[in-house]
Design a protein around this ligand. Structure first.
Ligand SMILES: *Cc1c(COP(=O)(O)O)cnc(C)c1O
Length: 225
């Protein structure tokens, strides 16, 4: 019989614990963000029932459709936005999510801050870094990062907690994770959102505090995210 999402969840969690111990870390210290994008609520339910509470979605609209109902049935859900955000969706994003991983320009930083103040919700934010400097990819270029962190933190007043990256598919991810770690260190940021289904164990070796794992738990996605 084919394995189920809860089986796969538990395998991913054991792999994470093993990697943490291998790296001299503390078991259970890293946060698994289970990426449920494209999967309907009925596929997410068993993973919630298995005890997972931290989830990632990449689209505001989709998250708004699925999560209010799931939150009614399960306490303690923490929802992370891991996809690009348009500033006209800032209001919905602040109302729907608990953590934002994808601050990638000043306009977004400002609209989010405005909405957070309006809704009296202070969401921790990661800044997305385009470590591979890919033209089609979102994120702040590495050489602009320090100034952008300072601007978000000191002038705009966002609660910047860490950095996030998605390495280029064709590259070995290690050097990108190492770069993100170095940039976080020099900016006094303690959290690192890096590592997906194919490379979360590598990411943990470079100090990832948040790994974003989708297909290794939920299975193959039929539709592009
Ligand atoms: C889809 C997605 C993930 C999860 O990808 P998998 O390869 O399915 O684990 C992680 N991070 C971001 C930003 C994503 O869009």
């Amino acid at each position: 019989m084919a394995d189920t999402a809860p089986d796969r969840l538990n395998r991913v969690l054991s792999d994470i614990y093993a990697a943490e111990q291998e790296n001299g870390g503390v078991k259970g210290e890293a946060t698994l963000v289970a990426v449920s994008k494209t999967f309907p609520a009925e596929d997410i339910q068993p993973v919630l029932a298995a005890g997972q509470r931290v989830f990632g979605e990449n689209r505001v609209q989709e998250a708004m459709a699925k999560w209010p109902g799931l939150r009614e049935d399960y306490e303690g859900v923490e929802l992370h936005l891991i996809g690009p955000l348009q500033s006209n969706k800032a209001k919905e994003a602040v109302a729907t999510f608990d953590v934002i991983h994808t601050i990638d320009r000043e306009k977004i930083a400002k609209s989010l801050k405005l909405e957070m103040d309006k809704q009296d919700r202070n969401l921790p934010c990661f800044i997305q870094v385009n470590t591979g400097e890919e033209p089609q990819k979102a994120g702040i270029a590495p050489h602009d990062l320090d100034a952008f962190v300072a601007r978000c933190r000191d002038e705009i007043g966002l609660e910047v907690v860490g950095l996030m990256c998605i390495p280029p598919v064709e590259d070995a991810p290690g050097p990108h994770f190492a770069l993100l770690q170095k940039m976080a260190d020099r900016n006094g940021l303690s959290l690192l959102s890096m590592g997906m289904s194919s490379d979360y164990e590598t990411a943990l070796g470079f100090g990832a505090t948040h790994v974003r794992v989708g297909s290794a738990i939920f299975g193959h996605r039929d539709y592009p995210a």
